[in-house]
Write a protein that binds this ligand. Structure first.
Ligand code: NDP
Ligand code: 2IT
Length: 450
């Protein structure tokens, strides 16, 4: 960032922080975006006059509600439900639901804010939203998850709809949870509509939606690598997480001839120098999606190293794919990655790198693809699911995958257009922030002060 704008960024952030106290992740996400946008808005005064930045950081609507349910022992449990309807300038609110004990207003506002720019980058007509609950699915029976999700939807249903707000999955929300929520919505509204994405393929889901975020993050990395004449072939890759995004990122890296050597969960990481091939990955999918066990069991089964309580960023790699959660790469870990020869970071997760870590990547001019660009493949295929639902048709795997691949290539091109510096370095942070902003800002201008 050019220094002349520092004071303006600080003044803007002081207002945001005063208005939204105790929402540190939201402050972090807004800060990163306005650092890119304030210089751009200065050059384009129509946005400044219409106070687009002041409006874009204010959610259109925030819903917070009680979610009571009864556990298997007959005990009453109470969780908190949220839906942040952030911006509907270019389409219905769209974004995932997260069920995790750490969920709070600030985390969901950061995710909803990022979603606005991400969805715009896909070029599909989707506004931004996010929601979820502090419910912890770990250790809960299927019946408990069902009762909780039914109670959650019993309030949420009155606020969403296929032309209003279309939720999907995120951490802790996969096919099982979407199924229970869809069933409850249908029952309450007496309507079979595309109100959620990530549905099962037999009842309106799109092929490739489960794969889309992980595949997309790898397609994006592939485009970044191409700018330096490189590819995944023969490349060592570290992946964090072992959920939906991590699993399909690993699958795509294998397909492209790379070798994934790590996976993790919130307890620790495994290091398998021989590589997590498709057969081992199938075990991971069973372990995580069916047994719902811990990643340590992989190390027990395949006799590799397991490191308790740590993340995989100390392992030497050329490409790193953070696919677990926010702030999972510290400044020190970013330095270690660069020192070990990592040349490419493509963020499957949302905001996985702390701001000081982002500076390390940018100062070293490595290929750094921020989440709102790199992981947009998931919501892009959600958008394609909405299209298929509206048409009452479904496309083949090949059709959806080809569209996903094209969208990721286009997002890369948009980042290059808005993020290329005079020395040829592509700052994908600026590229994604400005590239995502323009369409939303122009739509807001056209729609007046609303
Ligand atoms: P899953 O719930 O399927 O998997 C999450 C993984 O991350 C698990 O391995 C989990 O470990 C780990 N994890 C979660 N929270 C923490 C934490 N606080 N510390 C350490 N590890 C943690 O979620 P997804 O794979 O869907 O989501 C992963 C990331 O990708 C998130 O940042 C999400 O926002 C982002 N994303 C997801 C999209 C999607 O389509 N699903 C789309 C775009 C982005 P454990 O099992 O121990 O909790
Ligand atoms: O962060 C994300 O983009 C998601 N969790 C997916 C959202 C969606 O609507 O598919």
């Amino acid at each position: 960032m050019a220094n002349i704008f520092e004071q303006q960024v600080n003044d803007f952030m002081a207002k945001v922080i005063a208005k939204n106290p105790s929402e540190s992740e939201f402050h972090q996400a807004v800060h990163e975006v306005v650092e890119s946008l304030i210089p751009f808005v200065e050059e384009n005064p129509q946005y400044k006059e219409a106070k687009i930045l002041d409006r874009i950081v204010e959610p259109e609507r925030v819903l917070i509600f009680r979610v009571p349910w009864v556990d298997d022992n007959g005990g009453v449990q109470v969780n908190r439900g949220f839906r942040i309807e952030m911006n509907s300038a270019i389409g219905p609110y769209k974004g995932g639901l997260r069920f995790h004990p750490t969920v709070n207003l600030g985390i969901l506002k950061f995710l909803a804010f990022e979603q606005v720019f991400k969805n715009s980058l896909t070029t599909l007509p989707m506004g931004g939203g996010k929601g979820g609950s502090d419910f912890d699915p770990k250790g809960k029976s299927d019946n408990e998850v069902m009762r909780f999700t039914q109670s959650f939807m019993t309030e949420l249903f009155r606020h969403i709809g296929p032309n209003t707000d279309v939720p999907a999955g995120d951490i802790g929300v996969g096919g099982r949870e979407i199924g229970f929520m869809f069933g409850q919505y249908k029952r309450l509204k007496n309507e079979f509509t595309g109100v959620l994405t990530g549905k099962g393929r037999e009842w309106g889901g799109s092929l490739i939606r489960p794969e889309a975020t992980g595949y997309g993050a790898v397609y994006f990395a592939e485009e970044m690598l191409k700018t330096r004449g490189k590819s995944f072939k023969g490349t060592t890759v570290t992946v964090s997480g072992s959920g939906n995004v991590a699993q399909f990122a690993t699958q795509k890296v294998n397909e492209l001839g790379g070798k994934v050597v790590t996976l993790s969960d919130s307890s620790g990481f495994i290091y398998d120098p021989a590589g997590i091939d498709d057969e081992k990955l199938e075990y991971v999918m069973w372990l995580k999606n069916v047994k719902r066990g811990r990643i340590k069991e992989y190390a027990d089964k395949y006799g590799c190293e397991y490191v308790e309580g740590q993340r995989p960023w100390g392992i030497k790699c050329e490409v790193a794919l953070p696919c677990a959660t926010q702030n999972e790469i510290s400044e020190e870990e970013a330095k270690t990655l660069v020192a070990n020869g990592c040349i490419c970071v493509s963020e499957g997760a949302n905001m996985p790198t702390v701001p000081e870590g982002v500076i390390v990547f940018l100062e070293n001019e490595i290929l750094y693809g921020p989440g709102k660009a790199a992981n947009a493949g998931g919501v892009a295929v959600s958008g394609l699911e909405m299209t298929q639902n509206s048409m009452r048709l479904s496309w083949t795997r090949e059709e959806v995958d080809a569209k996903l691949h094209d969208i990721m290539i286009n997002i890369h091109a948009t980042c290059e257009k808005y993020g290329k510096k005079d020395n040829g370095f592509i700052n994908y942070v600026d590229g994604a922030n400005i590239g995502g902003f323009v369409k939303v800002a122009d739509a807001m201008l056209a729609q007046g002060v609303v």
